[in-house]
Design a protein around this ligand. Structure first.
Ligand SMILES: Cc1cc2nc3c(=O)[nH]c(=O)nc-3n(C[C@H](O)[C@H](O)[C@H](O)COP(=O)(O)OP(=O)(O)OC[C@H]3O[C@@H](n4cnc5c(N)ncnc54)[C@H](O)[C@@H]3O)c2cc1C
Length: 646
């Protein structure tokens, strides 16, 4: 097939050290140059984002003595989307003595990611995971404890050990409060200059290096320029490109997309994660989907009526007429198969006419047996707040009737390409947390995003960024430098351009149409013809947007329609690359399921011969063929095999 892109030179991760995998991170840290404590305060570092990745990065860098200039678009750093994470955070502590180890967490993550991540990165993540828990406990994060006093653990999908640390259904909130209090200390000490309600609208690249950003104060509309020695993006994922997702409504792709337009490669944009346990959508009016934590799959059993089109209420369906399809298909992992597998299995059941609830787009997540086994009080103790949330949204009591769940967009494994140091191909531009593509391959395992965000922010970035600053003496940037002025004027033109259209269609209506198209053609399963259809439609939709969008108000005030329009304009560009990436990757792997590439029993069929690489895309202009730089993946320690959870 002919596709609209060109192939560039391969990209390699030159920062990754060699040698035995257990020693690589230690070696990298030892070989990294240090910045003398007295010199650190001379360096200004911009950190965009205050979620777990940005909050931990900003607090740690400031604690080390750097001058941090930090941004978030929320009214407080602690309202970053990370606050919503419910289920938990993984760490190879082996408190349960159930066979866990750094090696096993490494193995589970590489396998769970369907062999599309880098071994060195994942091994480091598993190593650092244990330090994160110590760090957070020292900060006072109230993890759940067992009767004996040790921190409690539970299991998440794709693993057979219990290594997920949690704070009931509020793990993200508690971890973020820990990072936020560390950040607040540094704000108070004057080491972090915090700009809340301020949105980065462009990256400034001077002489090939990232040296600053252009940002807009969302309350006054004032556009300002900030210059520094390095820029760290910790801006989260782009799941909201699908319009409906479990992400916070404000989460968006603009920061990484703007950096991509300034030269940073975008890696594996088609790798998006569909979470199997979300509350089903109820209709067109809906603007947001709600996650029910994966932890519920520890005790809840997933089933559908065995007969197609069975409309009886669940209590009327006898045991022998129920199909606990995950337990039947994947007996070793049962209800705790990884997310990509559980999501596809739910879709298959619904496609075959066994779905429940309105439109047949749902499966049951049932606690009847857990309540009988453990007692209601124990279930309530473990999951009470999640049950309450479900009941508030659906008006159904999950202690009495099974929950209904359906897969939804939840996380994005793709993101800006970074090397082992978390540095993008633009020197001085670092990317941490969900915003980068790094550790999860084609499918992230549950409870691994918080682990990665905090590993990046508390431990990895502070070591690697120091090396960059120590090795690259930088002259101050002249605010009148051409690159600065160009970025400023492009931001201004774009804002005026959006306000000037004065069309007839709302921003939301464009966003909803784009999201529906992506969900249908680049969602849970993808086909060549569907992806081509989306590739035809996206440029038309973009053209219609710029001709007919209605953005009321002005730019010199709080204008949430303008904020949204700016983000949706970026989604309309990003979407084209995402779909192209999905079309070019003519294999199934993890969350990327190409219908043309499946095994006889309907599982994803990878094509390691042709696609055992990271696809890193270079921007060449809107609507212009991008350049694909492949990074070959090497597997020395975990040999790629067909994933099996049976
Ligand atoms: C409902 C839900 C539950 C989840 N539960 C879990 C879980 O239990 N365990 C787990 O491991 N993972 C979980 N995840 C995933 C995890 O929460 C996220 O991947 C993670 O929190 C992302 O952290 P982050 O720091 O990278 O980004 P975020 O927390 O999204 O923070 C992004 C930050 O960037 C800022 N920002 C973005 N763009 C700009 C801009 N242009 N200008 C200025 N600031 C900007 C925002 O203001 C914000 O401060 C869950 C996800 C969801 C949606």
């Amino acid at each position: 097939m002919t596709l609209a892109y060109t192939t560039g030179t391969p990209v390699t991760d030159t920062a990754a050290p060699g040698g035995p995998i257990e020693e690589r991170w230690d070696r990298r840290r030892f070989e990294a140059k240090l910045v003398n404590p007295a010199n650190r305060r001379k360096h200004r570092v911009i950190v965009v984002g205050t979620g777990l990745a940005g909050g931990s990065a900003g607090a740690t860098l400031a604690e080390q003595g750097y001058h941090v200039v930090q941004f978030c678009f929320q009214d407080s750093p602690r309202r970053a989307h990370s606050v919503a994470a419910q289920g938990g955070i993984n760490a190879a502590k082996n408190y349960r003595n159930d066979g866990d180890s750094v090696r096993r967490l490494f193995y589970d993550t590489v396998k769970g990611g369907d062999f599309r991540s880098r071994e060195s990165n994942v091994y480091r993540l598993a190593q650092v995971s244990t330090e994160i828990i110590d760090q957070c406990v020292a900060q006072g994060v109230p993890f759940a404890r067992e009767y004996g006093g040790l921190l409690d653990n539970r299991s998440f999908g794709g693993v057979q050990v219990s290594r997920t640390f949690y704070a009931r259904g509020q793990t993200g909130q508690q971890l973020l409060l820990g990072a936020y209090q560390a950040l607040s200390r540094q704000i108070e000490a004057g080491n972090v200059e915090m700009h809340a309600r301020t949105e980065m609208l462009d990256l400034i690249v001077v002489d090939g290096r990232a040296r600053g950003i252009v940002a807009r104060d969302l309350v006054t509309g004032e556009v300002s320029t900030h210059l520094a020695d390095a820029v760290v993006l910790a801006t989260g994922g782009y799941g909201n490109i699908f319009y409906l997702s479990t992400n916070a409504k404000g989460s968006n792709a603009s920061a990484i997309w703007r950096a991509h337009r300034r030269g940073a490669y975008m890696a594996n944009p088609c790798f998006t994660q569909i979470h199997p346990t979300c509350i089903p959508r109820t209709g067109e009016h809906q603007g947001k989907l709600t996650l029910m934590s994966e932890s519920l799959r520890n005790d809840g059993r997933i089933w559908v009526p065995a007969a197609k089109g069975d409309t009886r209420s669940p209590e009327q369906i006898p045991e022998n007429e129920r199909d606990y399809y995950l337990e039947r298909l994947y007996p070793s992992f049962g209800n705790l198969v990884p997310r990509d597998i559980a999501s596809r299995a739910a879709k298959n059941q619904c496609d075959q006419g066994r779905g429940v609830g309105p439109g047949g787009l749902g499966v049951y997540l049932d606690f009847r047996d857990a309540i009988a086994r453990m007692g209601r009080a124990a279930v309530e103790e473990k999951y009470g707040n999640l049950f309450e949330m479900y009941e508030r949204i659906t008006a159904e009591n999950p202690y009495e009737v099974p929950m209904r769940i359906y897969p939804a967009i939840h996380y994005t494994m793709g993101g800006l390409w970074v090397d082992y140091d978390l540095q993008s191909n633009v020197p001085g531009l670092y990317v941490v947390g969900e915003a980068n593509f790094s550790d999860h391959g084609a499918n992230r395992l549950g409870a691994s995003a918080l682990m990665q965000g905090l590993a990046d922010g508390y431990f990895v970035l502070p070591a690697t960024l120091a090396d960059y600053l120590a090795r690259n003496p930088l002259e101050p940037v002249d605010p009148a430098h051409d690159s600065v002025l160009r970025a400023e004027s492009e931001v201004a033109e774009r804002l005026t351009g959006l306000l000037a259209v004065k069309g007839t269609r709302t921003v939301d209506s464009f966003h909803r149409e784009l999201g529906t198209l992506l969900w249908d053609e680049c969602g849970m399963s993808r086909t060549e013809s569907g992806l081509r259809k989306a590739l035809d439609r996206i440029p038309q939709l973009r053209e219609e947007f710029w001709r007919d969008v209605l953005v009321p108000g002005s730019g010199e005030q709080l204008n949430q329609e303008l904020e949204k329009a700016n983000r949706v304009a970026d989604f309309l560009e990003f979407a084209e690359l995402m779909v192209l990436d999905a079309l070019v990757r003519d294999e199934s792997c993890g969350g990327h399921f190409r219908e043309e590439s499946q095994t006889p029993d309907g599982e994803a069929r990878r094509d390691d011969e042709h696609f055992s690489h990271v696809s890193a895309w270079e921007f060449t202009g809107v609507g212009t063929d991008p350049v694909l730089h492949a990074e070959q993946l090497e597997f020395e320690y975990v040999h790629p095999v067909q994933r099996s959870y049976a």
